[in-house]
Design a protein around this ligand. Sequence first.
Ligand SMILES: C[S@@+](CC[C@H](N)C(=O)[O-])C[C@H]1O[C@@H](n2cnc3c(N)ncnc32)[C@H](O)[C@@H]1O
Length: 268
Amino acid sequence: MLAEFLLTLATPAGRMTRQLGLLRESTALWARGLRQRESWAPHHQRCQALVTQIVGELERHRIVVVLGSGLVRDVPLDLLCARFQRVVLIDAVHLPQVRLRMALRRNVELVTRDLTGVMSWLAGEGQGRSDPLADLSADTEVDLVISANLMSQLAWPIEDWLEGNGDRAAAFPKDLPAHCIAWHLQDLERFAGRICLISDVEMLEHDRDGTVTDRLDLARGVPLPPPDERWDWQVAPFGEAERDREYVHRVCAWRNFQKDMIKRQRGW
Ligand SMILES: C[S@@+](CC[C@H](N)C(=O)[O-])C[C@H]1O[C@@H](n2cnc3c(N)ncnc32)[C@H](O)[C@@H]1O
């Protein structure tokens, strides 16, 4: 707890990033990932193996963009650095340990950015959404984009903020959290390079008898094409969040997201 608190103090983050709970969540994710190193390992290995395969399939390796890079646990960083000319890691929060690790890498750039595009709007500093990936999606040298366990995380901070700011919530679309997910998918579709999307799409709560006691649609009803791969991620085994409840997230992966979206639009 003390380490998390000190990290919160040591990490540069804007007012809305803090207000939306993203800084707190990043430090919590760091600590939970250390505690749950073993139960999270299969998930990280699946993600890394998938990205490794895709990198091997690409003809060109100029720029790779990782969205929701966080602690850079779910992408094969050494491989990306070795194969690509530029590795761009984008997140709303880059913790000091990530900044330090990346400072040693010649071709890695850390970009701090809100990938919902709505933070300034919520803060009353803009009208409507701003396009968070306008510059990068126009860059024809981006050969690979990895949305790395980010998509589901775009909704809950907005939900919490709208709930906590009831007096201002009426000024925004009621389904803004789901819109943030749908906009992210549209942002991805605009890239000319290969898109790999990995995200948890459902949360299951189990009791000790294995009965499902609760479930939550992490995609907030936004339709998605059939995934290429799916697996379970034991996010919080018994005792992590609650003594008699475990939380398992269903993860889906799309190896070539634009192609999957085109197929879906054409009803193939
Ligand atoms: C589950 S973590 C991703 C894990 C990460 N890929 C890793 O390997 O550690 C989700 C990430 O999304 C980031 N995130 C959440 N909302 C964001 C937003 N609005 N803009 C940018 N990043 C955001 C969080 O800061 C967090 O690092």
